[in-house]
Ligand binder design. Structure first.
Ligand SMILES: [Zn+2]
Length: 236
């Protein structure tokens, strides 16, 4: 099992770890700050190295309980320890967009009773899909933008904690965001809560306060059927 350092500290950008398995361009470490991708957030990039040995991490993926780092070049199989460093600018941009998606999700539920059906973030943009019951006009989209920016500028703390599964299943916000889809074997569920706005079961990385997110600008919206709407945005 890889220890997921990014779950405890999403701001950790450098770390040291022991090599568990090295095969060609693939490395498994005993612990890592590299997010392996999931929940709409892309895997991290960065570097792994020690002394003169150095390789870029071009991709990462989760395999069972382990995180597999994919390198641009194989490193010698005599290496036992490695230092890792994230492409921090890229990762921090994911954290900001990820947090903005939570705020957007909270606002469209609070103000429009619309449920999120999907989301995806990149370093320079993000998008969210939801089941929107009302008419999908430029006015409505403008209002969503305004309300979301109001919520972002309220400097709301983003809290991360764990709840026992039984307790999580009693929380209506978590039910709405489908906490029941978390595999049965997971007894303690990681919760990400934006105070007073949005609570979700979530394994991704976020900023600590919405003040770090900045303001959002909706750059596109479309209707993909009566219930299926999409918003695309950038952060300013
Ligand atoms: Zn999240």
């Amino acid at each position: 099992m890889t220890e997921d350092l990014f779950l405890g500290d999403s701001y950790l950008r450098r770390f040291e770890a022991r090599v568990v398995e090295l095969s060609g361009r693939e490395v498994i470490l005993d612990r890592t700050a590299f997010y392996p991708g999931g929940g709409g957030q892309p895997p991290d990039k960065g570097t792994l190295g020690i002394g003169p040995v150095r390789a870029s991490v071009v991709d990462a993926r989760r395999e069972g309980g382990e995180v597999v780092h994919i390198l641009d070049n194989p490193i010698p199989d005599t290496v036992r320890d490695l230092k890792g460093e994230l492409d921090w600018e890229r990762r921090y941009a994911h954290m900001r967009h990820h947090t903005a998606l939570h705020v957007l999700s909270g606002v469209i539920w609070r103000n429009f009773e619309a449920k999120v059906t999907g989301g995806q973030m990149r370093a320079e943009r993000a998008r969210m899909d939801f089941s929107f019951p009302g008419e999908w006009t430029t006015d409505v989209v403008g209002e969503i933008e305004r309300l979301t920016n109001d919520a972002l500028s309220e400097e709301r703390p983003v809290m991360v904690y764990e709840l026992p599964r039984e307790e999580a299943l009693k929380n209506p916000d978590l039910i709405r965001t489908q906490v029941n889809l978390v595999p049965e074997r997971v007894r303690m569920i990681r919760i990400v809560e934006i105070e007073g706005l949005d609570t979700q079961a979530d394994g991704g990385t976020h900023v600590a306060n919405t003040s770090e997110t900045g303001q959002l600008e909706i750059t596109g919206h479309k209707s993909k059927g009566r219930q299926n709407k999409r918003i695309e945005f950038v952060l300013r």
